[in-house]
Design a protein around this ligand. Sequence first.
Ligand SMILES: *Cc1c(COP(=O)(O)O)cnc(C)c1O
Length: 400
Amino acid sequence: MEAQDYINLENEFGAHNYKPLDVVLQRGEGIWVWDVAGNKYMDCLSAYSAVNQGHCHPKIKGTLIEQSQILTLTSRAFRNDQLGLLYKELCALTNSHKVLPMNSGAEAVETVIKAVRKWGYQVKGVAENKAEIIVCENNFHGRTITIVGFSTDRSSRENFGPFTPGFKIIPYGDSDALEAAITPNTVAFLAEPIQGEAGVIIPPDGYLRKARSICSQNNVVMILDEIQTGLGRTGKLLAEAHEGIEADLTLIGKALSGGFYPISAVLSNKEVMDVLRPGEHGSTFGGNPLACAIARTALKVLVEEGMIENAARMGDYFLSNLAGIKAPHIKTVRGRGLMLAVEMTDEAGGARQYCEQLMARGLLCKETHENTIRFAPPLVITKEEIDWALERIETVLSSG
Ligand SMILES: *Cc1c(COP(=O)(O)O)cnc(C)c1O
């Protein structure tokens, strides 16, 4: 079978809820992937930062194989010998007190919504069914009904109502708006440290620190969704560290398994989690021994192999060189660590065509919204490989 045959199968038998680039991948190693015809590409998307450790990392692969031969799923009706160890290691690494494991990022978001509502009623004393959660414009937190209900992206929401009430939307990066939106019924503020899907939107310096103190002063739980920014992507283990703060609840997912398995987690450094009692929340696969073993190794290699420091160093190098590219249609270049974006002008005619041209030259990346190209390679990328990428990026962006 050739690439077009696979594409035809997808088109004929699959739901059309994605518009992928027409590259059919078959194999991956580190920052590189190969298509069914054997063409090699640099992956500058990393599955939306789920493969920060690089494709098919040998140590994570080893754990997957080993653990899958011993025990994969027990359900939480019984205990397993991996879950407690993951908790302990994750807490030590992130300075958290409690962990709740789920599978997808969206489930982690749903979990904190439940937890902070219950905390609001039982601890803060909010009247029944009055809890409010403040979120930001242009957020991306996942795809469930509740989550898309507080999205401001039309295609995410349109025709999917009615939605879950109890959310208030404020501009991102505006701490005055946060302060003004808080009422006695506010239980939590939920935000991304950097808005990834919105196009790598970095808030003003001091914003998260300000938000942290506003939340503390008002007895509001601060929730940071680090599903994309977390686990080394921005050059720190968690992006909150750039502002020297700690959220009360932190969500991680994606790279928590290095791309081998869906696993997400809620980290709690305040005792919000303790309001959840047996029977009130759960997941059949959440916390299974295969996922936990994989996550333990995925975290271990991230730290032991210096990927976080590499993301900081290589990110600075990549960003300063991107900023040096002279092309008529580049509007702005921004990024932190290896979470980078080039925004093109409206006259450029959309970012998609550039992504297609880059693909033809062996570099895979994806547009986000109309005009932004995101570059987020695995954190194991080297300076020489960035030079290789920059050559192609410069050629393609200058040509338009
Ligand atoms: C990807 C993502 C999610 C959703 O994760 P899924 O595993 O796709 O459900 C939530 N928040 C952010 C910031 C994300 O990038």
